[in-house]
Design a protein around this ligand. Structure first.
Ligand code: NAD
Length: 352
């Protein structure tokens, strides 16, 4: 029986398909704005410059210093650039780091945001901002943070290196796996989550062999949109808490950490959330933990936290931090069980 639920539809507008980058100028106009500050990382500067040339006088300038974990000092420099260029909106072109910078600006000055998303991390469809200052990462959720327009142009993702495509895709799947057993889950989000995992599963298997395959790239972006929407709509649990702990306190890389931990955190919750996880388990041969592990291995994904530079002696502290102020989780978060989970993920052992 479909029971009571509440469902907040993410406001916003999605433009999907090859060539949709050409709609940026029209979207700025649609928002009633005239001058966009274009954001990117240093690595994607050429793409930002090409977009600047494309939109001509609607580009107020470009700021190409976006960095991982949204450092507040970078945000303050970007705000200066925004004001100096007399900009009235933001176009963020890139992955979660660039999108985070756009969100951080919008959170401070309420500027509307257009995002051209080029990874599978999903930040573009969430009202969540993580930012770092003095070595501390804090997270805020606010309506001004949610981008107004998202453009998914698969042409911009064919250059995403295979290794990043794989870890970013598994990062997206992790949002969906936690969404289906979320305490505040609802049938709409669960449907999006399962379809998102299916689309990514099929697409990633092609992308590892044919990174230029536009149809697979489109399917992966479609899947990442669905998984990101799930992240933006319902609460996350132990898996995200572990990743935030390892990223925030041990500086482990975002997407790789998600990719390695996902089979282990899914296995941790496999019995407690068996019914909710069943449709996703079926996509991976029936067993969620070992199925996700075998899938990640087949894509050549990293499988062991030790390969990311984490030391075995750091696992005790990681377990202590992860069980402190835990997020709600379908299975009780127990220190010893979490320590064992981390040990197995550190070694890269296949979950049973
Ligand atoms: P990223 O944005 O850091 O990108 C990694 C590198 O890949 C960058 O140099 C980037 O320029 C480059 N790149 C991106 N797309 C490319 C493409 N198509 N072709 C070639 N190079 C490309 O990585 P990410 O995993 O997307 O984002 C991670 C960050 O996003 C973390 O800080 C994480 O906390 C945040 N995040 C936030 C949310 C949220 O809802 N707030 C959700 C997911 C991730």
């Amino acid at each position: 029986m479909t029971s009571h639920f509440s469902y907040d539809i993410n406001p916003g507008r999605i433009l999907f398909g090859p060539g949709t980058i050409n709609a940026v100028a029209a979207e700025i106009e649609r928002l009633g704005r005239k001058r966009a500050l274009i954001l990117s990382t240093p690595f994607q500067r050429a793409d930002a410059q090409a977009l600047q040339a494309q939109i001509g006088s609607m580009a107020a300038g470009i700021f190409c210093e976006a960095a991982m974990h949204t450092p507040v000092d970078v945000t303050l420099r970007a705000m200066e650039a925004f004001n100096a260029a007399d900009a009235d909106c933001i176009v963020a072109l890139g992955g979660g780091s660039t999108i985070g910078l756009g969100k951080a600006i919008a959170y401070r000055n309420n500027a509307p945001q257009i995002v051209v998303a080029t990874t599978y991390a999903g930040s573009e469809v969430t009202p969540i901002l993580g930012q770092t200052e003095n070595g501390m990462k804090t997270t805020v959720r606010h309506p001004s943070i949610l981008p107004e327009v998202v453009i998914y142009d698969p042409n911009l993702t064919t250059a995403l290196p295979v290794a990043m495509s794989v870890t970013s895709g598994l990062n997206a799947m992790a949002h969906a796996v936690e969404a289906v057993y979320a305490r505040d889950r609802n049938p709409v989000t669960s449907m999006m989550a399962v379809e998102g995992v299916r689309a990514l599963r099929d697409a990633l298997g092609v992308i590892v062999h044919h990174p230029d395959d536009l149809a697979a790239r489109a399917d992966a972006l479609y899947g990442s949109w669905l998984c990101g929407s799930a992240l933006g709509t319902v609460g996350m649990a132990l898996h995200h808490k572990l990743c935030h702990t390892l990223g925030g306190s041990f500086d482990l890389p975002h997407a790789e950490t998600h990719a390695i931990l996902l089979p282990h955190s899914a296995a941790y919750n496999a019995h407690a959330a068996a019914d909710a996880l069943q449709p996703i388990a079926e996509l991976f041969g029936g067993s969620i933990g070992s199925g996700l592990y075998d899938f990640a291995a087949s894509l050549g994904a990293p499988l062991a936290l030790r390969d990311l530079g984490l030391k075995e002696k750091q696992l005790d502290l990681a377990a202590d931090l992860a069980v402190k102020n835990p997020y709600w989780n379908p299975r009780p978060v127990e220190r010893e069980a979490v320590r064992l989970l981390l040990q197995r993920a550190w070694k890269g052992v296949r979950p049973e």
